[in-house]
Design a protein around this ligand. Structure first.
Ligand code: GLN
Length: 547
């Protein structure tokens, strides 16, 4: 049976609990243990699929088609363990399950209450897969004391109480603010936050403390004494120049040792940190720099494209070069010539997105890349816009567009080169959708296979002709226009196995122009950069050498 580590946060939000959980997962792996990471989110949305990226950052999609919190992206990037549907749950999902059971009559006429019905539902979730790994790491979203979080904390209290002693522990992440006037790190907010936990029956075994300065011994002792944890379990989480330093930095501070000690695992297996040493070597000792323009819509919030930013960094690591990604609002190109903005970039990326706003600007960016020979990577909507650009400018379909935008405005304005997909094949069954279906979870979601044309650039890049990538979209390029577009030089080099859905387009007669209907960024890891991103950056490095 797995040992459980619950990761909670206090004092302020955005302390990097997801990252700390992911780094701990990586460290336990380095000690030879298998891990699985989970996120429990207190918000009432059933899943983050319908939340704006401005609200919640990127929606991370799993192989099995769940739309989840972006922290699952951190988990995968640090551990390489592919997340599953059962690794993410929200209060909304829990309540929705409970209410569904109530309507079905599963509770046999009982009064439905937070305790025990909601807490039981949470505990059932926690038990899933408990025999599969050595350590289950469960992060609770929000901060202790939030009203919505209470049922989760109560469920954890019960869960720990019901398991044999020594099988669960709680790691609490807080902040030690620095008062410049007195030159001190203040421990009081941490003490209060631990009190808050204690008031609901929980006690931390390990404290991970974010602080801008090293924690003096005196403060460590004070925290240990007042918060009732061992001094050796008071761990500093210093600010880092790069998130990928977290495993090595937290190891130096003694985090993994403290966790193993708290479980009484002795002697602790020695860690093998070679993977992270190599990752850091590639980051720190990179030579040169390439500039990549990301022309998108949600540019004010970097978290909206979290995985893309990380995958670009990984692409740089594969080439031992630094990548400077700059975000440009696509709408600017609807008013102004893109040339002055885009000249000087070594590559252009148009990411995924929803809705018509900004799309004419993205089409301009694709045109600039195509006509100027600048490496172009179009992801999902970015592929659709590249196809529309070629259809308009090369294939003689001046009103080419996507049905998505006609649906949005309720009138027909475009020739639908990109159309609404109503039926497709998943594994060995047919999935059907209507335009009027609910917005939540009704897309083509999760991992699908694509067949690549032997000899195409993408087949060379992947070194394979069958690949599997994650999807999240409703609209699809229409194969009706394939011949026309291929005659103009835009080749459909990746298709669904049944040949009906275009997965990849490329322009062989261009230094590097590829559009993909899926999200390769979701599978890139610092220790295994995604081949498309690695090659995209390689092409950018080549451009940078020419200028
Ligand atoms: N809006 C487009 C679609 O639904 C693209 C989605 C995306 O970029 N993830 O097909």
């Amino acid at each position: 049976m797995a040992r459980y580590v619950f990761i909670t946060g206090g004092v302020v939000s955005s302390l990097g609990k997801g990252l700390a959980s992911a780094a701990l997962g990586a460290l336990l792996q380095a000690r030879g243990f298998s891990v699985r990471l989970r996120k429990l989110d207190p918000y009432l949305n059933v899943d983050p699929g319908t939340m704006s990226p401005f609200e919640h950052g990127e929606v991370f999609v799993t192989d099995d088609g769940a739309e989840t919190d972006l922290d699952l992206g951190h988990y995968e990037r640090f551990t390489g363990v592919h997340a599953r549907k059962t690794d993410s749950v929200s209060s909304g999902r829990i309540y929705s399950n409970v209410l569904e059971k109530e309507r079905r009559g599963d509770y046999l006429g009982k009064t439905i209450q937070v305790i025990p019905h909601v807490t039981n539902e949470i505990k059932d979730f926690l038990h899933i897969g408990e025999d599969e790994v050595d350590f289950m790491l469960c992060e609770i979203g929000g901060t202790v004391g939030d009203i919505e979080g209470l049922p989760f904390f109560e469920a954890i209290r019960q869960f720990i109480h019901e398991r044999p002693r020594g099988e669960c522990l709680l790691m609490h992440l807080t902040l030690l603010p620095y008062l410049a006037a007195s030159g001190e790190l203040k421990t009081k907010p941490t003490q209060h936050s631990v009190k808050e936990l204690q008031s609901i029956g929980l006690a931390p075994d390990v404290l991970l403390l974010r602080s801008e300065h090293p924690i003096p011994d005196k403060e460590r002792e004070k925290i240990a004494l007042f918060c009732n944890v061992r001094k050796s379990a008071v761990i500093a989480a210093p600010d880092l120049k790069t998130i990928y330093d977290a495993p090595l930095a937290y190891h130096r501070e003694g985090l993994d040792q403290a966790i193993l000690d708290a479980f009484g695992i002795s002697p602790a297996p020695r860690p093998n940190l070679a993977r992270w040493e190599d990752v850091m070597d590639r980051l720190v000792n990179a030579e040169g720099e390439v500039r990549v323009a990301i022309v998108g819509k949600y540019t004010q919030l970097e978290d909206a494209y979290k995985s893309i930013a990380e995958a670009l960094t990984h692409g740089g690591m594969a080439n031992r070069t630094r990548v400077r990604a700059e975000w440009i609002d696509a709408e600017i190109f609807e008013r102004e010539d893109p040339a002055p903005y885009l000249e000087g970039f070594h590559a252009i990326l148009v990411p995924g997105g929803f809705g018509e706003r900004g799309t004419e600007g993205k089409i301009k960016a694709a045109e600039f890349a195509r006509t100027r020979g600048v490496p172009y990577l179009g992801i999902c909507l970015g592929m659709q816009m590249a196809v529309i650009e070629s259809a308009r400018d090369l294939a003689g379909i001046p009103d080419a567009g996507s049905e998505e935008f006609d649906h949005e405005f309720g009138k027909k304005r475009f020739t639908p080169v990109v159309y609404h997909l109503k039926e497709w094949i998943q594994g060995n069954h047919v999935v059907a959708r209507k335009v009027s279906d609910d917005k939540g979870g009704t897309m083509r979601l999760g991992a699908y296979t694509a067949t690549l044309t032997p000899g195409s650039r993408v087949a060379q890049i992947y070194g394979a002709t069958t690949i599997e990538e994650r999807h999240r979209h409703r609209y699809e390029v229409d194969t009706k226009y394939r011949d026309k577009l291929e005659k103009c030089g835009l080749i459909f080099s990746g298709m669904s196995p049944d040949g009906r859905l275009p997965e990849i387009v490329e322009i062989p007669d261009h230094p590097w122009f590829i559009g993909v209907q899926f999200h390769p960024e979701l599978k890139s890891k610092p220790f295994a950069p995604h081949p498309l991103f690695a090659d995209f950056i390689r092409a950018a490095v080549e451009v940078s050498r020419l200028v």
